[in-house]
Design a protein around this ligand. Structure first.
Ligand SMILES: [Zn+2]
Length: 362
């Protein structure tokens, strides 16, 4: 086992180049080029890994307009690809995950009162938390109006329509729990988002996130670039690729201390992501997919989101009188049994729960 782990993850080879834009974490002006992508037909960028702080990013980064255009095109493409039934199942899955997360806080003696979720998706994760803490007040922030509408309709949360990079002074010192699940890899300015999050916390607040292990996430683009010498296609806007150690150091520097920090889902690693050179693992070559085609021509085929919350959560085990069974079933579906240190850069996803200490001058 140890000898295998020595080869995994495989180090990324690449040429050191001058960056068009400096690293968003450490302001470094050079970096290692490990990929080249086309984001739809919207933008071409390099993927540059910063040797100093470990963060890999698109260079140049997408702008806000480019992001929202690509996200809309992706939303349409995905809606036409994923069945309604599967989407509905995902709502239930996220509810169970939120429930489990809430239980894990409760066993630690933590009872959040003011919760902010960044990029809440369907809002069902937060709803699972609310099942455990019925008095918790939930606020959600997103740029996508349609998503916010769903959150308001199904869950009656407070909604804030805003990009995460925009600082909102009214939120200062307000929250004891802030959640960012599968969102940090999408943000244009990671440092700015963390700076805002820090201001929004009460003293000793908790920050929970999940985000892909950047090394594995980037692997497909790296292979296409290095072994096919070609640009690859990026349809979903993963613009940050986190290094487990670099992310930890950045959070430590910002007065966050880890409560739980690990990677999980090792199936992808077994299949070769992050270390194996194979054609199957390469990202598709860029076709510069036409975003306007989806936005102008295909949008009419998308049905509006029309789930009935009661039907989604109508399961025999979801009941206040059956919390133990609910826990067992949720645990069976979603528990992460095998956990490794993110600093190893193996595994599909990074899980973080951090506690903030605010100094007097912030
Ligand atoms: Zn850097």
């Amino acid at each position: 086992m140890k000898s295998i782990l020595k080869k995994i993850p495989s180090p990324l080879k690449g040429e050191i180049v001058e960056r068009q834009e400096e690293c968003r974490i450490c302001k470094e002006k050079i970096g290692k080029q490990i990929g080249e992508i086309d984001y739809w037909d919207i933008k071409s960028s390099k993927i540059i890994k910063c040797e100093k702080c470990g963060l890999a990013q698109l260079d140049p980064m997408l702008t806000e307009e480019e992001t929202s255009k690509g996200c809309l095109a992706y939303y349409i493409e995905e809606s036409l690809r994923v069945s309604e039934k599967e989407e509905e199942k995902n709502l239930l899955r996220n509810f169970r995950r939120g429930f489990l997360f809430g239980m894990s806080l409760k066993t630690k003696g933590i009872y959040p009162k003011e919760v902010l979720e960044l990029g809440p998706g369907s809002g069902y994760f937060a709803n699972g938390i609310k099942f455990i803490f019925p008095n918790a007040k939930i606020t959600v922030m997103d740029v996508n109006r349609e998503m916010l509408r769903l959150n308001e309709l199904h869950h009656h949360y407070n909604i804030i329509e805003s990009s995460l990079e925009k600082y909102i002074p009214e939120l200062d010192n307000k929250f004891d729990l802030i959640i960012a699940r599968d969102i940090l890899e999408h943000v244009i300015d990671f440092s700015k988002v963390i700076e805002n999050v820090k201001s929004y916390f009460k003293e000793k607040g908790l920050f929970h996130f999940i985000t892909p292990n950047g090394h594995e996430d980037i692997w497909k683009h790296y292979l296409t670039f290095n072994y096919q010498n070609a640009k690859s296609e990026l349809l979903i806007n993963h613009v940050n690729y986190f290094d487990g150690k670099g992310l930890l150091n950045f959070l430590l520097d910002n007065n966050f201390s880890p409560v739980n920090y690990y990677t999980y889902k090792l199936k992808t690693t077994r299949r070769g992501r992050g270390w194996k050179i194979s054609k199957k693992l390469m990202a598709p070559l860029s076709k510069k997919k036409n975003a306007d085609y989806y936005i102008d021509k295909k949008i009419a085929e998308v049905k509006s989101i029309n789930f009935d919350k009661k039907a989604v959560l109508n399961k025999w085990y979801i009941s206040r009188n059956r919390k133990f069974l609910m826990y067992i079933i949720s645990w069976y579906h979603h528990a992460n049994i095998l956990k490794l240190s993110p600093e190893l850069n193996v595994g599909h996803e990074i899980y973080g729960l951090f506690r903030i200490t605010k100094s007097n001058n912030t």
